[in-house]
Design a binder for this molecule. Sequence first.
Ligand code: C5P
Length: 303
Amino acid sequence: MGQIFRARAHSKVNLHLGVAQVRGDGYHELSTVFQSLDIHDDLTLELLDDPTAASITITVDGPYAAGVPTDSSNLVWRAVELVARRHPPVALHVRKGIPAAGGMAGGSADAAAALRLANAAFAAGLSDDELMKLAAQLGSDVPFTLMGGTALGTGRGEELVPMMARGSYTWAIITNREGLSTPVVFDKMDELRAKNRVGDPRMDTTAVGQALIGGDPQQLARTLANDLQPAALSLRPDLRKILESGENAGALAGIVSGSGPTCAFLCEDDAHAQNVIAEVTADNPGTRGHIGHAPAPGAELLD
Ligand code: C5P
């Protein structure tokens, strides 16, 4: 067996997701506050001794493996090639604990972890700054998932400034079977905005920043905001009932996570989150619940 490298990829929630107009390049200008969550994928990269092996193979398992591509359309493939165009054959394995197409940056986090794995396995010697630049080429959320913690994201989400955050927050994360496509949700938001069916972009993150400094979940709960939520609810009316169930179950606050369809409920502690999960999943067949804690680290090598 060849040498094996391991890494962990953490998911994220957007505590605040302000979305402005679409830019000339098709991306929307964002003002977002990211916080990483300990719900994670585990990756391994094996350096294969057999020089005739395929240059990259990908296998996937775990609770959210369904539908995850194992070809070059998987961002981990592109991440490995960005670190080294020519490299020894590698076998990548991803254990999916983060829902795919769920608005939790699972695919982006895997790409961030793959950058770290390839950097270590090929002894490429890339600095964190260099890895951040490669991350931005892979996708808007990849730089944050590489960095982790709590950060303000501007530009298309790739320009990051770490934010001060006290305390830790407990989330009841409710996933469901069918994913949502991020570009479709952004397009829907543009359509709703053109029809004056949604409010102005919320680009001011002062309130959430202050709540994070205070470290009080009740205060943070009052500041959560997601400009993509009306679009996600319009595409997926079933999410409305999930948000209502969470409210009825006594969550401090609930939002659609990123572009959805995962819904995230801020809770007081694990026992509270467990109760919210029990009620919401009982009310909404086909949903699953996970407890998440934030902030978590960025993509990290294990061992
Ligand atoms: O950057 P990434 O490839 O993850 O983005 C996927 C899609 O999401 C983009 O092609 C675009 O349609 C949409 N998007 C956007 N504005 C952003 C980030 C993503 O419109 N800031």
